[in-house]
Design a protein around this ligand. Sequence first.
Ligand code: HEM
Length: 577
Amino acid sequence: MSQFANTTQFDLPAMATTMASKVGSIQLPFDVHSQPTQAALLAAGAGILSHVGYFIRGEHHRNGPTIAVLYMASLPVVAFVLYHYVRLPLVTSAAQTVALVLCYAAGLYTSMCVYRGLFHPLRKFNGPFLARFSNLYHSWLVMEKSDNYRQMTKLHEKYGDFVRTGPSNLSVSAPEAVPAVLGPKSKCTKSPWYDGSLPLVNLHTARDQKVHELRRKDFNKAFSPAALVAYEERVTPLSNLFCDQIASFGGAPVDATAWFKYFAFDAMGELGLGESFHMLEKKDNRWVPDLLMEGMADIAQLQPIPWSTPILHRIPLIAQGPKNFIRFVEDQVAKRKERGSKKPDILGYLLASWEKSEKKNVDYQWLRGDTRLVIVGGSDTTASTLTFIFYYLAKYPNEVRKLRDEFEPLLAASGKDHLDTKDVAKAVHLNGVIHEALRLNPPIPSGYPRVTPPEGLTIAGRYIPGNTTVVVPLRTLGRSEAAYERAQEFVPERWYSKPGMIKHKDAFASFGGGPYSCIGRALSLVEMRNLIVKVVARFDVEFAPGEDGEAFMRDAKDHFIIEIPALKLVFKERRPL
Ligand code: HEM
């Protein structure tokens, strides 16, 4: 199960001495001092060679920290050689060194730009001019507002279904892209982006198919139908607590965004770690969701540049948010391990596999990573979906009536205060509301990148070369007329009585697809159905005075997961308990 990045130690003085001793015995073919042009050309040539011989093929992002250190180390080494062996004055050595290193970089980047602009297999795909030369363009595009999903929609409106967003990157918004790139039969693999959190590993970031398959088996036990039934019993008290807390506002405005987070995090604490974080009843841990989002926001704009994150993770004072969040998770794993749990929880199943492991130290890293994954993957996604759902319910009160008409007879017949498992399929409108909110507002709005197989891939009649990073922009596709009729409108009936309004049944991918799809899908649906039924049964929902939901919809940020602004709602009790 071990799959960690190698960290290389650099002994700079030793490297300098070794290199210097070699240069000392070599007669340079020119005098650096009197023939600067030749020296510059040689450095530029080395840059071109390193591109053509090394950088042009394969993946190098994991070597990012090593390459950065080597590049920095070359400065003192070259300066030392020029000063000590070529016997240039100190200041001249330093100036020549900078010039040579810059010439090397110029050679490297010129070669890259010429190749990417004129000879790259993606050269025939349209996209912003600068995007073809570097992924930095994509980063720059989203730097100010962290609004990748909006930028992707704009680019697709301008350039069509296929947009070259980086030298080897395509965004494909054709509905056929979902089965081809994400479907069970797809031969695409996870892109280098998934290495962004190394050396931390987890199921989601596992790029090796076999490693992923093995770990997913451990996870499957925690998400079996029997486990889900047991989990639902523990969601119900949290839904009740949520309703009681909302009722205590007495009809005053509530920050729905924050409260759905408290619910979803508490549910993940309870079901993931065996103990709620108690955010619904106490203020103590309410900082955790903000910490997570801060961490995601810190590095969101760098996501198009996979080599940047391994470097940032190694710089002590940078990306403090994710590091603090990891510390919080580690603490939770240690506490859960110590206290044990009488009730089944997700970590319990993973701990049981770990107990049997022969490589306890290595597999403990997986345990940490997967606990973080469960908390991140299970909380914020569910919370933002619930907030979007209640935005639509406040905007369209008729939807609330339709929901009540559907579930009230089902609850009366079963005598339960939540939907019985056998009635879930009958709650077609409730399921339609959830799917419609997820279609219009996927919590991972810009999709997740894959790499095409070496032989390439054909989507909607267009051939995409092998080793291309492809992403399906989910929010753009979810609102596309090519996939849905009246695509911008909220019509839950399209998911049951009006199937003609779904033009491409494969286009819905808010939970992913294929072997890497969301393993928590059924659990999140259990949580959401449970809470929606309880809230809608007990409260009428309205926008708070001064709230129209526009800023909420307009100002959402895309940090891979979506960060939504506060949505102020009023919950008025229909029948006080
Ligand atoms: C509305 C709620 C949710 C949505 C929209 C959602 C969406 C997704 C998506 C799109 C993926 C695939 C990402 C990729 O391929 O890179 C994913 C993976 C995953 N999700 Fe969810 N998720 C939700 C709730 C949950 C919950 C409640 C859990 C529970 C712990 C969970 C756990 C996971 C895990 C463990 C993975 C990784 C699966 C793998 O790589 O095999 N998710 N989720």
